[in-house]
Design a protein. Structure first.
Length: 137
């Protein structure tokens, strides 16, 4: 993952900024503000500690330290920092979840070579039980 290497950032959404719509970035993006819609990048997406994304995210790699409500699809790795809060599904080649991170959803591991995933997993939690059903329809 990119924690110990330099990552090229072409776009920064600062703390206090709010964006509603779709964001398509050539290169890396860091979100410390809020975004609602969709985020797509051919590079690295970082959701900072103060960042809030009510969006589906598609990128090469992603680091979440803030809050994401939406699905994350990465061709390489996803890292959920200890302060991360993710409510959504994950499709990734590598997933790293730090102690303290909150993840509510379903994860699907891939080889990272093919972006056309055969099955879509739809979780459903039964009322008043601790059972989780996975439907691959």
């Amino acid at each position: 993952m990119a924690r110990n290497r330099k990552v090229e950032l072409s776009t920064i959404i600062g703390k206090g900024s709010k964006i509603k719509g779709n964001l398509f970035v050539d290169g890396g993006v860091r979100i410390d503000g809020e975004i609602e819609g969709k985020v797509e990048s051919n590079g690295f997406v970082t959701i900072g500690v103060s960042g809030v994304a009510n969006a589906d995210i598609k990128a090469e790699e992603c680091l979440v330290s803030g809050k994401v409500v939406g699905n994350i699809t990465v061709s390489d790795g996803l890292e959920l920092d200890s302060s991360a809060n993710l409510s959504g599904n994950i499709v990734a080649k590598v997933i790293k979840i730090h102690t303290g991170a909150i993840f509510n959803g379903v994860s699907q591991m891939t080889t990272g070579q093919n972006e056309n995933y055969v099955k879509t997993v739809k979780p459903s939690v039964k009322q008043n039980t601790s059972e989780l059903e996975l439907n691959t329809n």
